[in-house]
Write a protein that binds this ligand. Sequence first.
Ligand SMILES: Cc1cc2nc3c(=O)[nH]c(=O)nc-3n(C[C@H](O)[C@H](O)[C@H](O)COP(=O)(O)O)c2cc1C
Length: 358
Amino acid sequence: MHRLTEPAIQDSSKTLQIGNYQLQSRYLLAPLAGYTLFPFRMAIRELGGIGLATTDLIPARAIFTKSKKAQKILKTSPEDHALFVQIYSAKTEDMVTAAKWLEKKGYAGIDINMGCPMGKVNSRGGGAKLMCNVDGSVSMVAQIAEAVDIPVTVKMRLGWDRKSISAPTLAKEFEKVGIAAVIVHGRTRSQGFTGEVNLDGIRETVEAVENMPVIGNGDIKTVEDAFRVRRETGCAAISIGRGALMDPWIFQKIERACAGETEIPEPTPEEIIDFLIRHFSLMVDQYDEYSCILFRKFAGWYGAKLGIPEDLEDKLRRCENIDEFYQIIDQIRDRHGERESAIPTAMIRVPNGPVERW
Ligand SMILES: Cc1cc2nc3c(=O)[nH]c(=O)nc-3n(C[C@H](O)[C@H](O)[C@H](O)COP(=O)(O)O)c2cc1C
């Protein structure tokens, strides 16, 4: 049982307007490349409480040249709604072409990546690098927003480094050119994933805009974190990435807290196993036998959450075919709770070492 230690935010309206969309929740799933693909999104959406999800970042060109990898990331269904597609490039022309293509295909919205810290994205001028050139970025964003009728959002960091905090200025300008919302990860690019999230930076971005929703992001791992960040920054909504992988029930818990519950039950082992099976079967629908490989990065989390012994978790990590996978599940049903530690042995990898070399 989870006892709430921070009062829930009571919004006058539960919904959040982003462009022409009325999102049913102010708590959104952040993109985590390689994790928040269609199978995970669907499994977690079914638990309830998610207002919006976004795809992994995709190079704009890969969208309209229909690269195989991009097609896989673009997989969706009517139930996977609302879904924004995240694109990146330093070339405005490619971004505009990709945005138009996505609108024609019926995607709900476009999210522009201005936060990715990786060298291969930044060295070509994309991702967080765009934050260094305010005029250029505003011009790019304006042309994309002008080219489509679906909402366009921007996901960014606070700036390149602590000497160049550009999020408030950019957000202000983006609002003027028709951007529907900005999502702000409260770190700079040079921080990578280290150090504390700077809530003052998010608050300054909120204060810089007139009406456009600012969505706070970074290190929100519990229901209480979500409410605290909203209180301290005044942001209209929250985007949760790693916290949602560590606890896929987080959105459901937030929804229950907002509905007035103060004691929120944790999922039972049976519910976690059902979630695991749902997640895996959705993977199988899309990736067939390859799902066993894709599932490996989740094995540590399920292993810890279900308290399965190391030998069984190891089997989950080495499994190569679907039948074997379901045999392992039968063993998990019998043997969960044998291990004490709830700390995952391997979970979400973030790049490490000096950010300049990422
Ligand atoms: C493994 C991994 C993959 C990520 N992929 C993306 C991505 O494709 N697009 C993006 O905008 N942010 C991406 N991010 C950043 C997250 O969306 C988020 O901004 C960051 O992790 C901080 O929020 P969190 O603490 O809630 O995860 C990624 C982060 C991680 C750890």
